[in-house]
Design a protein around this ligand. Structure first.
Ligand SMILES: [Zn+2]
Ligand SMILES: [Zn+2]
Length: 138
């Protein structure tokens, strides 16, 4: 398994997916929305071209909210088990964020940026070697 082609599923297995592309961007996001949506100290995402993503099984549920820049963010999740799977932003058409935790083997994951660095919990280790943005980038 490499990051050229990877697969994943939700906790209960009702939704499975495959990605046939190398991620364009690998990110840790420390914003409050990622924290709430994931129930974790931060969100970790690989952004891929939406057309490279194939979803099988149940149709994911959807929840939309506004980002602090006013764009519409959509969260996609399993309505049976509640796993967060994907996220997209209408300011970035054609891109889909895949949650690292639902990927079968994400050992390749290597974030190159910390977003909302200013919101990181004090206990979260931050790699000082990679870029940080105090808020959303781009
Ligand atoms: Zn599920
Ligand atoms: Zn975030």
């Amino acid at each position: 398994m490499s990051n050229q082609h990877f697969s994943g599923r939700c906790l209960c297995g009702a939704i499975q997916f495959k990605v046939a592309a190398k991620p364009l961007r690998e990110v840790n996001c420390h914003c409050d929305n990622c924290r709430r949506a994931t129930g974790s100290p931060y969100g970790a995402l690989a952004f891929v071209p939406e057309e490279a993503l194939t979803v099988n099984g149940e149709t994911p549920g959807s929840y939309s909210h506004s980002s602090d820049r006013g764009s519409e963010m959509e969260k996609l999740f399993c309505t049976k088990c509640g796993s967060q799977l994907f996220t997209r932003n209408n300011a970035r058409v054609g891109m889909m964020g895949v949650r690292i935790g639902v990927i079968d083997d994400a050992s390749w994951f290597k974030p190159t940026v910390n977003v909302y660095r200013s919101r990181a919990l004090p206990s979260t280790p931050i790699d000082g070697e990679i870029n940080s943005f105090e808020k959303m980038s781009g």
